[in-house]
Design a protein around this ligand. Structure first.
Ligand code: KG4
Ligand code: ZN
Length: 338
């Protein structure tokens, strides 16, 4: 079965052609980073307009790279939730129109569930369950027990900022461009991670939940001076900025790793699948590998970390096989739990 995947929930327009949920024939995207950079984050109205311009040319490109035509496609998979409503609607309407015109089924896929699937899809061996899934992205931070594809129990999530969002905000405090994660990782290489005693938050009575807003404020005060706001100038030298980047990165990742290991113990699970843009970080991967040799941490292939359509097409295949084709009245949902 040949699946055309469509992703447009945020600032990436992405299209992929995937066979039977796994074999990627093409996986193309157009990032809008240049457009949103000057705002320090995604400007929703501009993002949805750009999806309109990029969707059809990207579909042509993905088909060409894969060596297929529209008539070869058996199924269309599209993210319908969660994300920026205007952005989702663009991809969803495109999927509906293609499905109608080509007379083939389409299926709506939950974007965060697709991030959970990205590392499962990246592995040569078939996944066994139960497993633990972790999504670390710009919009989401959550941990779930996976009993099968489509069967999840949410174990923990953030009560304030998502981890990627926190990296993006700290990058702004340090006058680094958007997206901040890769910039902080680069700067942290020349910094001393033990210089600042930062710590991520704990949520009372919920050991697997995350909280990053206190950490973010501590970092802000270290950069701008105690009780100063984010518009205040930095009081740090370039070397000290690198120390802040390294200490912040270390504190944020330490917290995630500690809670992941705790969840694995509590659920008696050995296989952990990670996904989302933050899993691009080589620093995070190295810290996980060092943390516990009895656990197996599975990361997505690099091209499947950030928002992409291959994970949408891949998951769409499984959803379709379990009898869940969508109808044309499927609506975009901006906020919804896994
Ligand atoms: O999954 P993604 O492409 O989009 C969402 O669904 O949100 O994730 C983007 C996020 C951004 O916040 C970006 O700063 C973060 O992933 N990110 C990183 C790294 N690379 C990307 N965060 C930390 N370290 C990195 N190397
Ligand atoms: Zn995402």
């Amino acid at each position: 079965m040949l699946i055309l995947g469509i992703e447009s929930t945020c600032d990436e327009t992405a299209i992929a052609i995937v066979e039977n949920g796994r074999k990627i024939h093409s996986n193309v995207l157009r990032s809008q980073i240049e457009t949103h950079k000057r705002y320090g984050g995604v400007f929703p109205e501009l993002a949805s307009r750009q999806h309109v311009d990029h969707l059809l040319p990207l579909i042509e490109r993905a088909l060409k790279e894969a060596g297929y035509t529209k008539r070869d496609i058996d199924l269309i998979a599209v993210s319908y939730a969660p994300g920026l409503i205007g952005c989702i609607v663009m991809g969803l309407n495109c999927a509906k129109a293609l499905s109608y015109a080509l007379d083939i089924p389409f299926i709506g896929v939950h974007h965060v569930e697709a991030h959970l699937y990205s590392a499962i899809m990246s592995r040569d061996e078939k996944a066994t369950y139960p497993a633990l899934g972790l999504v670390l992205s710009g919009g989401h931070t959550l941990m779930a027990r996976i009993d099968d594809i489509g069967s999840y129990t949410l174990l923990g999530s953030t009560v304030d900022d998502a981890i990627g969002e926190c990296f993006d905000k700290v990058a702004r405090f340090l006058d680094l461009p958007y997206p901040g994660g890769p910039e902080i990782e680069k700067l942290a290489l020349s910094g001393n991670a033990t210089k600042y005693p930062f710590k991520a938050g704990r949520v009372k009575g919920k050991p697997l939940h995350f909280s990053f807003s206190g950490l973010k404020t501590n970092v802000l005060y270290s950069i701008k001076g105690q009780n100063n706001n984010k518009k205040a100038p930095s009081i740090l030298s370039e070397d000290e900025k690198a120390d802040v980047a390294a200490s912040f990165q270390e504190a944020a990742f330490k917290d995630i790793i500690k809670k992941t290991i705790l969840a694995a113990r509590m659920e008696n699970i050995q296989d952990i699948y990670l996904g989302g843009g933050v899993t691009n970080s080589s620093a995070l991967r190295a810290m996980f590998e060092k943390a516990d040799s009895k656990l197996n941490f599975h990361f997505p292939k690099k091209e499947l970390c950030q928002d992409n359509a291959a994970m949408i097409a891949g998951l769409g295949y499984h959803k379709y096989l379990s009898g869940n084709a969508s109808s044309l009245d499927l609506e975009a949902i901006p906020r919804v739990q896994l």
